[in-house]
Every structure is written in C-alpha cells, then in structure tokens.
Design a protein around this ligand. Structure first.
Ligand SMILES: C[S@@+](CC[C@H](N)C(=O)[O-])C[C@H]1O[C@@H](n2cnc3c(N)ncnc32)[C@H](O)[C@@H]1O
Length: 282
C-alpha cells in the first residue's frame, strides 16, 4: 500500500473502500468530532483542513459537526478529490469545500490558516511526518486544534473457522500484511503523541476507539468486508500459501459455494486511535 497516491489506477478501488470504511466508522467519526467540538469551545472552528482527505469522510463529518465552517481538502490523488467534490455537490455543501490536489511529500501547499486540521489514516503515508507536523503547526492559528486519527491495520470480519480451508485464514492474512506494511509503511500503528510534542503541540488527549459490529452486518458493512478481502487478496498474492489463496478466492467467487455474501456470521472488529493536539497560544 506504500505510495498508493502514485498508483492512480488503484484510486477508484481505494476510494470505494474508503467510502464504505466511512459507513462502518461513522460512530468513530461522530465521537471524534464531538470531542473536537468540546475542546474547541466557542467560537467553533470556522476554517478546517482535511489532510489526505481521500473521498472526504473526515471533511463531511467536520462540515456536519461545524455547520458554519468551510473546509479545504488536500490529497495527492485527483481521483479521490473528484469523488469528494461530487459528494459535496450531492450533499449540497459544494460552496463550503475547496479541493486542493497536492503531494504533501513535495512540500506544504499554499492553503492559508486554519482553526482545525484533521488527518485521518494519512500521516502514515507521508515520507517525512515530522516536517508535515511542523507545517500543520504553522498553518494553525494559535490555540487551533489538530486531530490525528490512525489505525494499525484493516478491520477483521471472518470467524476463526470458516468451515472450509485451514482455520485462522484472516489471522494469517493480517500477519502477512503487517509484515509487508512493516517494510513499506513503517509509521502504520505509530504512537503520534511524542512526534506531536516534538513539533511543538500540546497534546490534549488520546482515545482508543473500538469498532465492534456484531453479525449480521448491514449491507454496506458486508460490502466493506468483501472489498477488504479483495484488497487483502491483491496485496498478498505473493505472501500466502496456495491453500490460503484458494480459500480467499473461494470467499470472493460470486455465486460459488463459499461466497462470502452467503455468510451471516461476519462481524466487523477494528480499532482507531485519535490524538488531539493544540497549537499553544504563545
Ligand atoms: C488511507 S487513505 C485515508 C483517506 C481519508 N482521510 C479517510 O480517512 O478515509 C490515505 C489518503 O492519503 C492520501 N495521501 C497519501 N500520501 C499523500 C501525500 N504524500 N500527499 C497527499 N495525500 C496523500 C492518499 O491519496 C489517500 O487518499
């Protein structure tokens, strides 16, 4: 998944997955923006920045939470931003959103000053997070807030024993993915507290937010499970043994005897961690 922003052909699939991710993560987004509203106090943030916005889950959660705010969404992938601006039109908030195509690895884009900056699942992608954190601090008004939402991996959906193949398929997929990510995305699952302090922020708090959806999953969560398994299959083609690849293929074969769509025992289990930091007033 490293440098996915350079692989534009993959954007449509990733954008689709992120839209479904937003469905499943809605309670996490709601809780985090409520926490931000408490910390921001009065007046609420008027200008917010979504860094590595993808198709806009965070942008829209922030616009919902702060109805008078305008948002700037920055992403390196133009396909993501096209999706975001389409969704903004559909939601009737196009006049409150500006999409800026920029690669944060190439430097900080000229986006102005903000009361609130949000970075969800994007900091682990940038090449020099310490520099980006300093740039975020520079873009915040004194007293402004920075929310970092991060994950340590994809959520899990399958029971331990699928009733075919070797039990523990998903555990092996995640172990193989963690191994790949360890090499390609060293900051996935990092503790962002110390780097935030090093960049001059006061960390207001850290919260672990659990995602626990019991079976049966909603239609959107079920689709999210399938898209996630599909991406695991694509990422792990060279890292799983033939039996496990065959089991994944069986789950992903529409209409097949082991089609994951037929299962009513899928759950969604995952975890996000949120840090909220403030640019000190002096
Ligand atoms: C995992 S997605 C998260 C999207 C969204 N924030 C969310 O939580 O659903 C990571 C996003 O960061 C963007 N990204 C990755 N590296 C970037 C960079 N160097 N500059 C700007 N955007 C980047 C990707 O294009 C992608 O849309």
């Amino acid at each position: 998944m490293a440098h996915e922003h350079h692989a534009h052909g993959d954007d449509a699939a990733l954008a689709k997955m992120l839209d479904l991710d937003a469905e499943v993560l809605r309670p996490v987004l709601t809780e985090t923006t409520a926490w931000l509203a408490e910390l921001a106090g009065d007046p609420p943030p008027a200008r917010v920045l979504d860094l590595g916005s993808g198709p806009g889950a965070g942008t829209f959660a922030l616009l919902d939470r702060f109805p008078a705010a305008e948002a700037v969404a920055v992403d390196a992938a133009p396909g993501m931003l096209d999706r975001l601006t389409g969704a903004a039109r559909a939601r009737g908030v196009a006049d409150r959103v500006t999409a800026v195509a920029a690669d944060l690895d190439a430097g900080w884009p000229p986006v102005g000053a903000f009361d609130l900056v949000w970075a969800s699942a994007s900091l682990h992608h940038v090449a020099d997070p310490a520099r980006v954190l300093r740039d975020v601090r520079g873009a915040l008004r004194p007293g402004g807030l920075f929310a970092v939402l991060e994950l340590d991996g994809f959520p899990r959906f399958l029971p331990h024993d699928l009733g075919f193949g070797r039990p523990g398929l998903e555990d092996r997929c995640h172990a193989a993915l963690a191994d790949r990510h360890g090499a390609e995305l060293p900051n996935l699952g990092a503790d962002w507290g110390p780097p935030l302090r090093d960049a001059g922020f006061a960390v207001e708090g850290e919260r672990v937010l659990a995602i626990e959806l019991a079976p049966p999953l909603t239609e959107a969560a079920g689709r999210y499970a399938r898209v996630t398994l599909d991406r695991l299959r694509a990422h792990l083609a060279d890292r799983l043994d033939a039996d496990d690849l065959a089991a994944l293929d069986a789950l992903l074969t529409p209409g097949g005897p082991h089609d994951v769509r037929r299962r009513d025992d899928l759950a969604a289990r995952g975890r996000r961690t949120a840090w909220v930091a403030r640019r000190p007033v002096v």
